[in-house]
Design a protein around this ligand. Structure first.
Ligand SMILES: [Zn+2]
Length: 239
C-alpha cells in the first residue's frame, strides 16, 4: 500500500457526497447490519484492500485525530465531532444511528467549510519572499552547514530534498571567460562545485548570479516576475 497522498478536503467532500447519497444506509439484504462511519465508506484508505490493509497512520484522516489517540486500533473513531468532544467511539456506545448520523454530518459540513475557508485565505495572500535584498547579497552555499537553508540570507527556509525550489551549481572552471580569472583566484586550484538552493518562494522573485567582485549573489529577477508565477525549475533540480 502506497502512502496516502489524497487531499483531505477532496476526501471530505467525497465523503459528504457518499453520506448524502445514503451510503451508510443499511443494505436491504442485511437490514440489521450497522455500517460504520469511515470504515464502511470508500473514503477509508483500505476500502479496496481490506485483506491487505495499510497502516491507518498513513491515512490522510489521521490529521484530524488528536495526537493522543493516534495509536488506537481504529483511529478515525476518535476524531472529536463536537464541542463536547464526542467521537464515533463514544457515540457508538450510547447513541442511536440516526443521532450519530446527524452529529457526524454536521461535523463533516463544518469541517469542509473551515478547510475551504482556510485555503481561500491562503490563496488570497500569495507567499512573499521575506525581506528580499534590494542590492545583491552574498548567497549562502547549501552544504558545509549544520542546517542547510535557502541561499537568500534574508530567508530562513530549511532545505529539504522534496521542498521544490531550485538548485544552482557554480563551478569555477565553467564560468564565462571574463570571470574565469577571478574565480580561479578565489577558489585557488580547487575546481569543486559549490551548491546553492533557493526555496520555492524565493525562486519566484530571485535568482543567483556569479559576480567577479563579490562571488555568488542573490539578485532580484529582471524583469521582475509576478509573485504568483509558479516555479518551473523543479524538474531541473532533480537530476
Ligand atoms: Zn527562501
Amino acid at each position: 500500500m502506497e502512502k496516502d497522498e489524497r487531499d483531505l478536503l477532496d476526501v471530505l467532500k467525497f465523503e459528504l457526497n457518499f453520506v448524502e447519497k445514503g451510503g451508510y444506509s443499511p443494505s436491504p439484504r442485511e437490514p440489521r447490519k450497522m455500517n460504520f462511519i469511515f470504515e464502511d465508506s470508500p473514503t477509508c484508505m483500505n476500502y479496496d484492500s481490506k485483506d491487505n490493509p495499510g497502516p491507518c497512520g498513513e491515512c490522510v484522516l489521521m490529521g484530524l485525530v488528536p495526537p493522543g489517540q493516534r495509536s488506537q486500533t481504529i483511529p478515525c473513531r476518535h476524531i472529536p465531532l463536537d464541542a463536547a468532544g464526542q467521537t464515533l467511539d463514544s457515540l457508538y456506545r450510547q447513541a442511536e444511528p440516526a443521532e450519530i448520523g446527524e452529529i457526524y454530518e454536521k461535523w463533516l459540513r463544518a469541517t469542509i467549510a473551515k478547510l475551504s475557508e482556510e485555503r481561500e485565505k491562503r490563496a488570497a495572500t500569495p507567499a512573499q519572499a521575506p525581506a528580499a535584498p534590494s542590492a545583491p547579497a552574498a548567497a549562502e552555499p547549501l552544504f558545509g552547514k549544520l542546517h542547510p537553508k535557502c541561499a537568500n540570507p534574508a530567508c530562513t527556509a530549511a532545505f529539504h530534498w522534496l521542498a521544490g525550489g531550485r538548485f544552482y551549481r557554480f563551478v569555477p572552471g565553467e564560468l564565462t571567460d571574463s570571470t574565469k580569472a577571478n574565480a580561479a583566484e578565489q577558489s585557488g586550484s580547487s575546481v569543486t562545485a559549490k551548491h546553492y538552493w533557493l526555496c520555492e518562494t524565493c525562486v519566484q522573485s530571485h535568482t543567483l548570479n556569479y559576480k567577479p567582485d563579490s562571488g555568488v549573489v542573490v539578485e532580484r529577477r529582471w524583469p521582475e516576475l509576478p509573485v504568483s508565477e509558479p516555479p518551473k525549475q523543479l524538474s531541473a533540480a532533480r537530476h
